[in-house]
Design a protein around this ligand. Structure first.
Ligand SMILES: Nc1ncnc2c1ncn2[C@@H]1O[C@H](COP(=O)(O)OP(=O)(O)OP(=O)(O)O)[C@@H](O)[C@H]1O
Length: 720
């Protein structure tokens, strides 16, 4: 392909892009005008006009934000369709001359745009008319003759890459440029965050992204097969395909760690979606932040379904050190409730099915009942009172109020978790559930002021068991009050922000998402499945993972818990088979580790060769620190992008100090936190230790070794 042809094709696409950007500017101006017009409607003052104004301002502002955020790389694809691929009504055909006689040209982009005469300029990538861009293959062409990927930056076309799907239908003047878009895209360096793959989604990925939203979509695939990318693009697709349902109900994306959430957090905004909630497993419970991981033995206990029994007993038990008797002097008689009677009352109240914190008034009522019955037995009939008179009299006494506060206080989840620091209590609650060793380990691993990721699921379970205390109803919120406080709303942008916040506002502990996407699902422990399940009693689901990367030891127990969370909804399963991340040389090293444990495992195919062999080194223990620093420096010199240093989980902080300040392109993570991450170069420190850290350590090592796109080095004091 000569350069002149390439240049002239680029120039033609540039001319089209110029039209698109001119139109985009016009639309942005119009959207801003509509917002302003909406504001002026407020002056009319009647209620209907105000509602109309809100809707107008909200939609116009949303459209304007989309138009602004989708600016770069707005158009990334073009389809040249033959006569058999034309849409019947031509609604999606661009007003560009077809190269294929009788055919149609269609441009694909991050959002849909039409020109003044309502002709299509760009088709939204999620629209059915864009599907052939992702799904057409030489054997199933879907009417596509040539598929073109257009790469641009700052409104300038940089390169184009073509796939010719139907050579016979291509007229002789049709130019075909490049080696295909995918490989060109994969060879580029990684930035600090994940890129969206919207321009090069592959067919098997597209099947999962566009699968119907009903029920549960399960996506499996080995390292680097694009599971995370698929999960995020699916969130964007669902919001497009059924915006009413998913924007109002909400889409929750759950990832394994804070590092991971930081890594992928730009993808959805880059796709024009900022309404999905992205949370790590340590961030799911409002007001709690769990960042550190427990050592494997503790994680195995805290994640097990058996904790449900232990916590339920704790949450129903007597408050430690609470009074074990109530004494009230009434009309000269001493009324006394001893421990056994109080325990009976507590059980009776909890058996009513009301949660503990919501049952305080009921509990007080039962205690008063019991006291009153005693008074009736003890006092001569002339001095007895009716229940209605007796109760208020006693209920207001300071000793009764003080007793209730101590005997039935409002309990916070962290407080009840804190009770588990006492081994004797844990022995009682875990009797017949945990072994003696497990009891000792658990009691030694409770630090309520510094919750771990694993603790968050326990706190959430306790929150569910204890419930919220009854609250007084808050006055309805004034929609024109700005979120942070009582500020008079005067400016146009204040009004816009208020209207927008109202339209998508959800309580911070929202628990009824319309769709939940779980990434790295193989690592979700049973207790974490329960926590996630509570956020979507009516949700549809997308569950993405790779069993071969699982750190959770008891797969059957985790499956049971997952079944409990998603219920009996219909499931459809997809498998991804190509590893787009690793070079073939790097994946070979990772594959060797997993095959040693699971010889029959089916692994994805790595499509790219970097011709760079991984460097695997063994050093003496005293030299490890210097060798780590030297290897990190070499990798920094070799790649332009990020360098990940992956350590045994327990040694992360120690090893991070060795390379402190070396370069801001370096990120040091414990092996468990490397899940889902990707770096241009990876240095795995002490691989044998990562493998031996836990029963499932070989899987964690497999994860660590499959994080690099270009270079992999290992340094350790033992071979692996
Ligand atoms: N169709 C595609 N076009 C371009 N890049 C792709 C495509 N699919 C995946 N990739 C890239 O491959 C890399 C791996 O993708 P991703 O992280 O989603 O894989 P994964 O299956 O979640 O991996 P793991 O299980 O190892 O965490 C990412 O850099 C992603 O951008």
């Amino acid at each position: 392909m000569n350069d002149a042809v390439r240049e002239s094709e680029i120039a033609a696409e540039q001319a089209y892009l110029d039209r698109v950007y001119t139109r985009l500017d016009q639309l942005r101006i119009t959207a801003a005008e509509v917002e302003r017009e909406g504001y002026s409607l407020a002056k009319v003052g009647n209620f209907g006009a105000l509602v109309e104004r809100d809707a107008m301002v909200y939609h116009a502002a949303k459209r304007r934000r989309a138009l602004e955020s989708e600016h770069d790389g707005l158009v990334f694809g073009r389809l040249d369709l033959g006569p058999d691929g034309r849409s019947g009504d031509g609604a999606d055909a661009a007003s560009a001359d077809p190269v294929v006689p009788g055919g149609e040209v269609r441009y694909i982009g991050r959002l849909g745009l039409r020109d003044e005469t309502y002709e299509s300029l760009v088709v939204d990538w999620r629209a059915p008319a864009a599907a052939p861009f992702y799904r057409a293959t030489p054997t199933d062409r879907m009417g596509v003759v040539r598929r073109r990927s257009i790469r641009s930056s700052n409104e300038k076309v940089i390169s184009i890459e073509d796939d010719l799907l139907d050579p016979e239908a291509a007229p002789s003047e049709m130019a075909v440029i490049g080696d295909g878009a995918l490989l060109a895209n994969l060879s580029r360096a990684t930035g600090t965050g994940m890129k969206d793959i919207v321009a090069t989604i592959q067919r098997e990925q597209d099947d999962a992204i566009r699968s119907p939203s009903l029920g549960v979509t399960i996506v499996r695939g080995g390292p680097g097969t694009g599971k995370t990318a698929v999960a995020l693009h699916r969130a964007a697709y669902l919001l497009y395909a059924d915006r009413n349902r998913y924007e109002s109900g909400g889409v929750l994306v759950v990832g394994p760690s804070d590092v991971f959430v930081g890594y992928v957090s730009r993808v959805l905004p880059s796709l024009g979606e900022d309404t999905a909630s992205l949370r790590s497993l340590g961030q799911l419970l409002e007001g709690v932040q769990g960042s550190r991981h427990e050592p494997p033995e503790v994680a195995a206990i805290k994640g097990s379904l058996r904790m449900q029994r232990v916590l339920s007993r704790a949450a129903r038990g007597p408050v430690p050190d609470s009074p074990d008797r109530l004494r009230v002097l009434y009309r000269g008689e001493l009324l006394v409730l001893e421990r056994p009677a109080l325990d009976d009352l507590r059980r009776t109240v909890l058996n009513l099915g009301v949660r503990r914190n919501a049952a305080r008034a009921k509990a007080a009522g039962h205690v008063l009942d019991a006291l009153w019955r005693q008074s009736v037995e003890l006092l001569p009939s002339g001095r007895q009172q009716k229940r209605e008179e007796f109760a208020p009299d006693i209920a207001e006494r300071p000793e009764f109020v003080a007793f209730m506060r101590a005997w039935w206080p409002v309990l916070r989840p962290a407080q009840v978790l804190g009770w588990l620091t006492d081994r004797h209590r844990v022995s009682r609650w875990a009797n017949g559930v945990l072994s003696n060793r497990e009891i000792a380990v658990l009691a030694g691993a409770i630090h309520p002021d510094d919750p771990s990721v694993e603790d968050v699921a326990l706190l959430d379970e306790l929150q569910e068991l204890l419930g919220d205390p009854p609250v007084r109803k808050r006055a309805a919120r004034d929609p024109f009050q700005v979120a942070e406080g009582v500020r008079e709303v005067t400016t146009y942008s204040d009004r816009m922000a208020a209207a927008r916040a109202q339209a998508v506002e959800r309580p911070t502990d929202y628990r009824d998402y319309a769709h939940i996407i779980v990434d790295e699902s193989q690592d979700v422990s049973p207790m974490q499945w329960r926590m996630i399940g509570r956020r979507g009693p009516n949700a549809t689901w997308t569950i993405v993972g790779d069993p071969a990367q699982a750190a959770w030891g008891d797969a059957a127990e985790a499956d049971r818990a997952m079944d409990g969370a998603i219920g009996s909804r219909r499931r459809s399963a997809f498998t991804l088979t190509t590893n787009y991340r690793n070079s073939a040389e790097i994946f070979e090293v990772a594959a060797r580790v997993i095959r040693a444990a699971q010889p029959d495992i089916e692994l994805p195919t790595a499509v790219r060769s970097s011709h760079q062999k991984p460097v695997l080194t063994t050093v003496d223990a005293p030299d490890l620190e210097a060798a780590t620093r030297a290897a990190a420096q070499t990798l920094l010199d070799q790649v332009e992008g990020t360098v990940g240093i992956i350590t045994p989980t327990a040694r992360r902080d120690e090893i991070a100090k060795w390379v402190d300040g070396i370069d801001e392109r370096v990120q040091t993570v414990g092996a468990l936190d490397s899940k889902g991450m990707e770096y241009d170069a990876v240095l795995v420190v002490e691989p044998a230790q990562i493998r031996d850290e836990a029963k499932t350590g070989f899987r964690t090592l497999y994860v660590a070794l499959s994080r690099a796109t270009q270079r992999l080095t290992t340094v350790g004091t033992a071979p692996f």
